[in-house]
Each structure stands twice: as structure tokens, then as C-alpha cells.
Write a protein that binds this ligand. Structure first.
Ligand code: PRP
Length: 182
């Protein structure tokens, strides 16, 4: 039976404890894969901020940050696949070990665009870490090297993910349930 939601609600999907545990594992794995390299974490604003902050503290050794901002046209469907660069990185990534950090991999169009422009800048290694992977929605042929959780095709918020800029500060990931009309 369908649930009738009277007020906007968020139903917990992944608790903060599970997120913390998984990020600890991811941090260990990343350092194991690049034992001696300084790692540049490249956060994609804005959603990646909480994940990047937590992941960075779980990777031992030398880690630095930089940020990039992009937006996509026709966000509702992403069908146009047009992505625009709103803020570029502060420094060169040539010869560096770069880990792109994203909150969610959805259609993959954003990452496809980012990988194309980043690859041209000749990093030594270019890898991807995402907290959430909505596998069902993929349009572009992109996969992440490090995935926190594979999730179903639901509207998720929290831990960086927003609905009209709200909910980014939730310490867990939840499914947004909008009030039913009438
Ligand atoms: C979200 C997310 C990714 C992108 C993924 O960003 O942070 O960058 O969408 O979607 P895709 O795989 O379908 O391209 P959003 O544009 O919502 O910006 P935000 O991070 O500022 O919320």
C-alpha cells in the first residue's frame, strides 16, 4: 500500500555509523593502492564537501585538496549532457595522483565531462571516489574506482546531497518523501 506523506520527510537510508565505517575502509584502501604518493583530493562542489572532509581524515600520509565547480543544463533529466565549468582548480594537476571526490554518481555525465578535461592536464593517476552510486541511472560509460554504497533510484538527500540547497548538513543519507497533493 502506498504511504501518504503529509509533510516533507526524510526516511533514513544509510546511517551515519555505516557511512563512517565505510569511509574508514575507503581511506585505508586508497592509501594501500598508493602507498607512498601524495594524493590530491579534487572535490566537486558543493555536494562532495562532507564526504571529502571525512575521507581526507581517513587517508594517512600526505593529502591535499582542491575544488572544482560544474553545473549541468537541463538538470531534471540530464538528457542534454551539457556540463559547464563554473570554477576551475587553483593549481596544475600535471604529474600528480588525483582522486576526484563526488557525493553521487548518477547519469555519469558530470564525471564524463570532468574526466575529459582533467585527463588533458596529464595527471600521473586519475581515480574516482564516490560515496553513492545510482547504478540504474547511468547514461555515460563511467565507473568509480572507489564506491561507498550502491543505492536504488530514489531521491536521496543528506551528507552533502540537497533538495533546493537544503539537507546537505544531515549526518546520514535519506530518501526524501515529498507531501502528497490534496
Ligand atoms: C550532483 C553530484 C554530481 C552530479 C552527478 O551535483 O554532486 O556532481 O550531480 O550527476 P550525474 O552523474 O547525473 O552527472 P549537482 O549538480 O546536484 O550539484 P551540487 O553538488 O552543488 O548539489
Amino acid at each position: 500500500m502506498a504511504t501518504v506523506v503529509k509533510k516533507e520527510k526524510v526516511k533514513t537510508l544509510i546511517t551515519r555509523a555505516r557511512i563512517a565505517k565505510r569511509i574508514r575502509e575507503m581511506g585505508k584502501q586508497i592509501r594501500k593502492d598508493f602507498p607512498k604518493e601524495p594524493i590530491l583530493l579534487l572535490g566537486v562542489l558543493k555536494g562532495a564537501v562532507p564526504f571529502l572532509a571525512d575521507l581526507a581524515r581517513q587517508i594517512p600520509g600526505e593529502v591535499t585538496f582542491d575544488f572544482i565547480a560544474v553545473s549541468s543544463y537541463g538538470k531534471a533529466s540530464h538528457s542534454s549532457g551539457q556540463v559547464k565549468l563554473n570554477k576551475d582548480l587553483d593549481s596544475s594537476i600535471e604529474g600528480k595522483t588525483v582522486l576526484v571526490v563526488e557525493d553521487i554518481l548518477d547519469t555519469g555525465l558530470t564525471l564524463q565531462y570532468l574526466l575529459r578535461i582533467l585527463q588533458q592536464r596529464k595527471p600521473k593517476h586519475l581515480r574516482i571516489a564516490v560515496l553513492l552510486d545510482k547504478v540504474e541511472r547511468r547514461i555515460a560509460n563511467v565507473h568509480a574506482d572507489y564506491v561507498g554504497f550502491a543505492i536504488p533510484n530514489e531521491f536521496v538527500v543528506g551528507f552533502g546531497l540537497d533538495f533546493a540547497e537544503r539537507y546537505r548538513n544531515l549526518p546520514h543519507v535519506g530518501v526524501l518523501q515529498l507531501p502528497c497533493e490534496g
